[in-house]
Design a binder for this molecule. Sequence first.
Ligand SMILES: *[C@@H]1O[C@H](CO)[C@@H](O)[C@H](O)[C@H]1NC(C)=O
Ligand SMILES: *[C@@H]1O[C@H](CO)[C@@H](O)[C@H](O)[C@H]1NC(C)=O
Length: 434
Amino acid sequence: MHAALGAALTAALALLASYLVPWAARYPALLGTSRVWQPDPQFATLRDRCTALYPAELTGCEKFKIVGDNLFAACVADWDVRRRWFPPMRLFDRELGGREGAIRDRVYKLDLKTKELTRLDMANFPETLDFCAHGMDVLEVAPGEFSLFLVNHRRDGSVIESFKHKAGTREIVHAATYNGTTYGLYNPNDVFAIPVSAESPERENAFFVTNDHWFKDSTFGKLIEINLRLPTGSVFYHSASTGFHKVLGGLANANGIAGFQPASLTSPAPRNTLFVAAILDGRVTAYNYKPGAVLSADGLTKLKAFNLDIIMDNLAVSADGKWLYMAGHGEPQTLPQHFAAPEEVASAGVTYRVSLTELGGHFGTRGETGESRVEKIVVDRGGVFGNGSTTAMGDDDRNKFWLSGLTFKGILECDLLAPRKDADVSADYEDEEE
Ligand SMILES: *[C@@H]1O[C@H](CO)[C@@H](O)[C@H](O)[C@H]1NC(C)=O
Ligand SMILES: *[C@@H]1O[C@H](CO)[C@@H](O)[C@H](O)[C@H]1NC(C)=O
């Protein structure tokens, strides 16, 4: 009896230890206590090659998305409002400190070639409705026609709003509100809209959305989830014909979500890979999805996990499909203090990019157990690039890099690499105008 009990206890303890020890061992790396505060050498002088675009307008753009030459961004309109109501940062003052009127954050379009900035009017979105911006995605669905999916943390519940935009206009037209509350989607964070392409003309507004917490508006509950890194985040799928379905669970703060996009509307369908960040474990997992059949038995299958030493935030796949960019938090524990006192406490920013080509081009068919090359682009303890970085994107062909975040003033645009001293630099730059 005793021996059996002892064996059972030992087995239970071993099981617990095999889970708890690796779990606990991740804390120092994720909290930055063992971090070497240096980017890779080729990016050491990156900050000197950056300009903050529109620092007065492009404020606190948590997410931006580049489609061709257009950068779309969802940005903070009023800091006083943002510091009172922003559920992702556990700020729940519904009275907004006694302010009248709705929350009205802003959506911008920036032409990366001409640098013309357009604030996109929400002409048909009632002025009495809140628009509190967070994650978003943009697709080109027909030449010059864009579909936007924006997370909106309204005070009466968080939803995903869909808007349409036509090139040449200065507005986005509200098309639909997707409310997944009854399915448990209380805390939408970011969206990946399934691309439309010649071979995959998915035209029913199909998207994936991450749900970062289980608790809705309990500050204490959310703090427990964060500090214990509880696997209570999930991913939902939505399409016109299926409605909302929870398709993934058990993620420690499901946050960034991204996938491949076709180079143009006439390009063949891109690889159907979905990347999901469980940020409190510093992990990004790649899945294969079947457009139009995500809910079928093998509609969403796991390919590979990438384990990193940062609390990443949003994810972005470069236009050439070669890199997965992730911006995030080097010392996440200081982010709330920074948000409360931005002029006094910095919030360390880290940007990595993970190679998507060096495992063989096809996820799930070969090489998927190997490690991928990771490049450390920004490792910025003092917030020199900006504070609370959340979205990064790069373009090797244009030699550009863009960075934004929770309290950034302007979106940073940088030359990714310094001109090579020994090479014919002018030849490289001529290609750029093509
Ligand atoms: C979403 O649906 C829930 C449940 O029906 C409802 O209580 C809530 O008000 C809705 N939210 C919005 C913003 O429409
Ligand atoms: C980041 O925050 C720190 C501390 O408040 C501040 O000194 C620094 O100027 C901020 N960075 C930028 C780019 O504004």
